[in-house]
Design a protein around this ligand. Sequence first.
Ligand SMILES: Nc1ncnc2c1ncn2[C@@H]1O[C@H](COP(=O)(O)OP(=O)(O)OP(=O)(O)O)[C@@H](O)[C@H]1O
Ligand SMILES: [Mg+2]
Length: 276
Amino acid sequence: MTLLAVRNLSVTYPTRTGLIEAVRGISFDLGRERLGIVGESGSGKSQTGRAVMGLTPKPGIVRADAMTFSGVDLLNAGPADWRTLRGSRMAMILQDPKFSLNPVMTIGRQITETLRQHEKVTKKEARQRALAMLEAVQIRDPERLFGLYPHEVSGGMGQRAMIAMMLVCGPELLIADEPTSALDVTVQLEVLGILDRLVRDTGMGLIFISHDLRLVSSFCDRVIVMYAGRIVEELATADLSHARHPYTRGLLDCTPKIGEDRHPLPVLERRKEWAA
Ligand SMILES: Nc1ncnc2c1ncn2[C@@H]1O[C@H](COP(=O)(O)OP(=O)(O)OP(=O)(O)O)[C@@H](O)[C@H]1O
Ligand SMILES: [Mg+2]
């Protein structure tokens, strides 16, 4: 079943020096699956996620032939529609968690308030669900974290607290924008494990944004490769070795393999015509 359908989406920014085309006419569908979006810095991954969430910053302009989420027309959603959608039915983990947690509110309160904004629950129920969610993201002492402010926890814990906040309402769609890039490898794997379990247990659809093709291919069912605001390749992770686009092939060739001694390291090729 299709959860999200995007047709010919473009995101542009008018600037003093001309129009920046961040996303240039992309189309894709998402079911209850894990879809990876990879591509180099500036290729339009975050802008795609933000557009889907109605979070394109000013003065960005979003255009599309269609963009629907479980039958809801996102292109014509008003502020009230977004308030009920965002945080409850669809959620996004932003690239930098520092901007997502409120620095002057305890972590526990942020999670319970998110929940109480969207569901009729008592304070006590909200607290219990928040604690259960913190436990689900492998916080060892949820009671303690509950009363802490964001600056009092480590980056990895803050990231997990944010994931807990995004997931407490049980969204049908989660967009995770480089959710683990700021974390060390062991914490990274833990967080991926948490997301993986949630997708399996709840049937949530996941868009996993990363510049790391190897990570994406180990974790997702399907991959979209973006280059200069366009989708240059879309394929099942299992078929990645049959990727045709030279950019994807280049990314694959640049992936280091343990036990292999390559000199010189290949240089990733970029050509103007791929963006055309
Ligand atoms: N507020 C803005 N105003 C103007 N241009 C912007 C704005 N935000 C993003 N862009 C441009 O949109 C393009 C795509 O940016 P985007 O953040 O989607 O890249 P990305 O693929 O997520 O990169 P990264 O891997 O570095 O996160 C870039 O060229 C960027 O400069
Ligand atoms: Mg980004």
